[in-house]
Design a protein around this ligand. Structure first.
Ligand code: PEP
Length: 252
């Protein structure tokens, strides 16, 4: 059976004190009211990682970073390597978020390099893909997602692919209040699983967790998560409000 996941992406929000207090409070909530089958992940800014590792009740909640360097170590001022992230106790790293692709011009080749480094460092990867509005309007969304996966991920051997979670995040739905309909999400998730099946076989495709991201909130989570190929969510804005975040986890 494939793993269900709800991952919060805090983006560049919360100072150290705010972040640790928030994590403590969410952790406390799930200690009292276990999250059932879903794994709950907090993907935080780098500054929170080591503090959060002291707070989280491992097993119920896990945590990760939102990016890593494309080089293993050395003279790369301002960068944080996958190994450094791993050394905090983090289990995951998000690679290829649309904000990294657009604001920092991260292309498929670079994201492939980061993915390989992260996996070699012992992290699991949440690999994001998704089309922009114009691409969907022109009917190119399947072609775009296929290219992102083929160039960013499909160089991996099967045993590494099994440590990857794919997040389908239509860019036009991220932080915009627009959400893909449950049918649009299901259609793309099913397509992604079919690509993985073609490349890696049935078993790998069946255990692959595919998350939906893009203005997911308590009012729409349950309907989206009820689709057979949607295994949870990557949550941005709503992961910053405890009531909303826990409600989304409970929707699964
Ligand atoms: C995200 O940042 O991955 C995201 C899905 O954001 P939001 O939920 O705010 O649309």
């Amino acid at each position: 059976m494939r793993k269900k996941i709800v991952a919060g992406n805090w983006k560049m929000n919360m100072n150290l004190e705010e972040g640790l207090l928030f994590a403590k409070s969410v952790n406390q909530y799930f200690m009292e009211k276990p999250s059932g089958k879903a794994e709950v992940i907090l993907c935080t800014p780098f500054i929170h990682l080591s503090g959060i590792s002291e707070i989280l009740n491992k097993g119920k909640m896990t945590f990760g970073a939102q990016n890593c360097a494309s080089e293993p170590s050395g003279a790369y001022t301002g960068e944080v390597s996958a190994m450094m992230i791993k050394s905090t106790g983090a289990e995951y790293v998000i690679i290829g978020h649309s904000e990294r692709r657009s604001f920092y011009h991260e292309d498929d080749r670079l994201l492939n390099k980061k993915t390989i480094l992260a996996l070699n460092s012992g992290l699991k990867v949440i690999f994001c893909c998704g089309e922009v509005k114009g691409e969907r309007e022109e009917g190119k969304h399947f072609i775009v997602v296929k290219r992102q996966l083929e160039e960013g991920l499909f160089t991996l051997p099967t045993e590494e692919m099994e440590k990857v979670v794919i997040a389908y995040e239509p860019v036009w739905a991220i932080g915009t209040g627009l959400t893909a309909t449950p049918d649009q999400a299901q259609e793309m998730h099913k397509y992604i699983r079919s690509l993985v099946r073609e490349k890696y076989g049935k078993e790998c495709a069946e255990i692959l967790t595919i998350l939906y991201g893009g203005s997911c909130k308590p009012s729409n989570a349950q309907e989206i998560f009820s689709k057979p190929d949607v295994d949870g969510g990557l949550i941005g804005g709503a992961s910053l409000k405890k009531e909303d975040f826990v409600a989304i986890v409970e929707a699964i």
